[in-house]
Design a protein. Sequence first.
Length: 318
Amino acid sequence: MQRRHFIQTTALTLAGFGGAEKGSADGAPAGKSLPRPVCAFTKCLQFLDFDQIAAVLARLGFDGADITVRPDGQIEPKNVKTELPKAVKTLQKAGLALPMMVSAVTDAEDPVSAETLKTAADSGIRAYRMGWLAYDFKKSIQQNLDGFRKSCEGLAKLNEKLGIHGGYQNHSGLHVGAPVWDLYDLLKEVDPKYLGVQYDIRHAVTEGGYSWMLGMKRVEPWIRTICIKDFVWGKDPQGVWRHRNVPLGEGMVPFDEFLKEYAALKVEAPISVHFEYDLGGAETGRKVTTMDPEKIYAMMKKDLEWLRDSLKRNGLEA
């Protein structure tokens, strides 16, 4: 296990990050201080329990985990009160932080969502990814956004009360936020300390091509957490052009250009690394994988080392 997991300094701080006013993020182990902890998005490890996940991530050298707290995830929302605190403690024992999680939360008025966020905040988690919002194409785009804006404002108020930050991931396709400019319309009246964007550069490039930087600049004040993954375009066996996820550095994402822009924001918050290329089904969250787990771990390790080199090259401490 790498030395970084046992640094005895102050607790993890998230300067300029949602909930920062309340002090350190208790989702970090006692004594851990990293401005941008590199976390593994653990959807690809749903075939393991949390003790096993903790052991694997510590061995690979990750700083923490970005776990799934959503239907069919590692923790079902109905079980969050008992299972989430246990997961945090299990990861902490291995020297790992749990500063962030992925949820299905979109509505502060939903009792299960409110309980999920309260439990997360009480456990020291200071960031969550929201669930996706779907367009109703019987309405205009603006009508949809006007309605969703009210939900976002309600979540921001709840987040402020709890001391937690919600981030909406821009995701390619027909979801709200696939064109990143949607998110400015939703968030322009919201305090970025409490609700903003979990910026996904892979999906931004998929949808934005050469213009992804414009979308990023439009929502920069609200970007706190980021997702890291890579892709290429190619034809499937039927000759249809589709995107295909690949290991970091093997695809089309201009990481140096993106990381320079991100460094300029001076955001100190966790980074989530996604592993969504072929892992024998593990990449989709399957509980049974056809790939040797050690091969999965080796690919995760390769991505982690590549990312750390890229962060260092672009002036980002991780």
